[in-house]
Write a protein that binds this ligand. Sequence first.
Ligand code: SAH
Length: 393
Amino acid sequence: MSIIYLKRGKEESLRRYHPWIFSGAIHHIDGEPAEGDLVRVFTSENEFIACGHWQIGSIAVRILTFVDEPIDAAFWQRRLSTALDVRCGIGVAGNPENDTYRLVHGEGDNLPGLVIDIYGQTAVVQAHSVGMHVCREEIAKALKVVMGDAVQNIFYKSETTLPFKAELGQENGFLLGGSPDDVAMENGLRFHIDWLRGQKTGFFVDQRDNRSLLEHYSRGRAVLNMFCYTGGFSVYAMRGGARLVHSVDSSAKAVDLVNENVELNFPGDQRHEAYAEDAFKFLQQMDKDAYDLIILDPPAFAKHKDALRNALKGYTRLNSRAFEKIRSGGILFTFSCSQAVSKDQFRMAVFTAAAQSGRNVRILHQLHQPADHPINIYHPEGEYLKGLVLYVE
Ligand code: SAH
């Protein structure tokens, strides 16, 4: 196994358990690691400090352990069973009303580059690093051991999440089982999960708690779910007693999915309609006062730091449209899932939009990612989802 020697002083962040090593911290390498290989990391004092996956790029190593231990079947089982203990401990796993949850959230579960979402009896495994891709079979085996009969299918979905430079030609497919049953339950509501073609692992598991909160505010309201994708917020709003629910997404496929999910939970219910339209155009053209509960959950406007300024402008533009049009006494759920945008920056973008509209706006709730998407305290970069619930006078 190759050994990475750090420059003097560059072990400081590792002593504080930060799980990345940047390429500039490396003094020299003993060996010629290929991308995805395991490497051992030593300080300039020749002392072992970590072991992780080698990567090509500015993050050179993603750390799996700070202990000198083998990365073998027992290692993967220990990490996965700890992750499962957390989900059982917080009540998202082992709950008959909810079989949709994130079992592994990358650095948040000390497994940088790995995501595992559970949908009923199917686990969807997603690698965001070549190292995790290389280990996929081992991870799948450990997952089966840890989950037992609760998992019958393991779908590997990394076609679009692996670095393209690696040229792995990765295809999505089942590593175990292959059941076509794609219905999972979130807080007692049922959803088709398109793990084959859908975004992320097929569903946005991270909005579960925020959807529950929305349900609580839906009674009697006219709801606009903008950027609806599979319609999670729409279905919760319907259960919450909304008067009408309109779902909008620019993708026609998403509109089919939301219609299917509404039909699955509320067959024949006339309160719902879905539109394949651009968000900005829809907001521009819709009547003033048409809605008194609006959800804005756009895709990440800034995937990288350099796109930040434009992203903030985008959030302001989007939110200002909603402030202009929402009925008095309306409630706005507004989100950003851009990791590069901080909580304060997002709040400032929404503040600017509110000020432009000149309306009185109160913050009712400040939202974030749920407990099954934990943030490793030593890795604040893991915080990505933020939202505000606003009362618009
Ligand atoms: N709220 C969803 C997740 C939203 S993901 C949920 O709870 O599951 C973002 C969605 O925005 C995607 O489905 C994408 O198709 C859609 N989208 C992207 N750009 C858009 C635009 N300009 N107008 C409308 N929808 C857009």
